[in-house]
Design a binder for this molecule. Sequence first.
Ligand code: ATP
Ligand code: MG
Length: 457
Amino acid sequence: MSKASRPYGAVLLLCYNITDMNSERTLIRDLPKNTNKTATIYGWLHKKRLLGGLNFITVRDRSGVAQSLIENKAELEKLRGLQIGTVVEFIGKVVKDDRAPNGVELHDVKVEVLSPVTDEPPIEIDKPISHQSEHLDTLFENRVLNVRNLQEQKIFLIRSAVVQYLREFLLQNEFTEIDTPKLLAEATEGGSEVFQLDYFGKTATLAQSPQFYKQIMVGAYERVFEINHAYRAEPSATTRHLTECTMLDLEMGFCDHAQVRQMVGDGVKYVLTKLYKVFAHELKSFNAPELRLTDEIPAFSIAKIHEMYTKATKIDTTQEKDLIPDEEKFICDYARKQFGSDLVYATDFPLEAAKFYHKIDAEKAVTMWADLLFRGVEIATVPMREHNYTKLVEQMKAAGLNPNDSGFKYYLQAFKYGLPPHGGCGLGVDRLTQKAIGLNNIKEATLFPRDLNRLAP
Ligand code: ATP
Ligand code: MG
């Protein structure tokens, strides 16, 4: 089979063993198996070419594209005036032809139009779609149609696989998948990046993460995860923030920080390794960087990174409680050069950075919190939580919060009635996909991105 005709959906279909709903239908990827037979294909007109009186029509279905040669005038007439995107049924003879996309062509085609398209589409589906930063707005404005472009489709096949592999890894490690509300009474975690909305005359907020719920669920299942949307009222336009993002949140009990870090690191390595194997061809078509992973993920404390960065750039970051974006790039470049690793942990966040639910390492006077960085950007936050009820209440009070506040009632119940030592992570699926492919902007890895200026499509 030629490379050009590689059926992108096939890898996933192999795993799911899908049988088609219409037994008469041959999926385009299966045409070569039907050489010299009559086959029926369904799909969209993808490309039309007139070559010296010969009409080559390319049809796309979910498994690939196929070329058809239509010579019969009456059949051709049925397509007169119809545009790319027209939904068709073609019945024809499968003929071997090495010049065709997947080594075969349909001849003597009988055409049936299922959904005619008479308006010329605003973009050419078969032309490369520009991802230059100045063209991104046009890209999203035309999203409904440009997802039909074969190269564009690869991004979301890869993203679908990222989610599948994450889930696969976690299920293999006995995590239970949960699903928690995104409409909340109040922003119990606090912070300014909270969306508020009118909820039948009361104020509700959109969840920034399932933080409290996943911790509560450790009390039932020990190991839980959720892959769902999180909402952040990020007021600035960056290449790494969305206002609605997809996060993998996991939480595990009976573990120490090293074990949580190991689990998250192993999960990300599992996803990337499998992705680079199964989607090697697709990733190459995006010029994705070569994947470099090490058995042990290099780790540096926040203080050490500040020190190294300040020394190298003469920009003093030693008073910062988190890494600045340029430091994330700096330490990732360092880890790649010195250790051959695309992943690096930034550990030991300063006490000032801690949220009330974080576990403190009193001896080292740091927060038990690490960030996992990948190719220049934070992809996951990986802390331990304070599991002791009395200590947690103390930490709440010290942070100026009222433990009797109704927003904490159910959360604290979980601790009062027994939670083991636990930790977890929040990992950005959009960022992981973006960086795995090597896209410049997180929005390119998101189907219908939401940001400061965009709420549609
Ligand atoms: P950053 O410092 O980059 O803004 P954060 O530390 O505020 O991120 P967390 O609250 O730690 O983010 O969220 C966990 C993970 O979720 C992040 O590591 C990132 O991968 C992802 N994430 C967080 N906020 C966003 C966002 N606005 N858009 C896309 N992904 C996000
Ligand atoms: Mg973070």
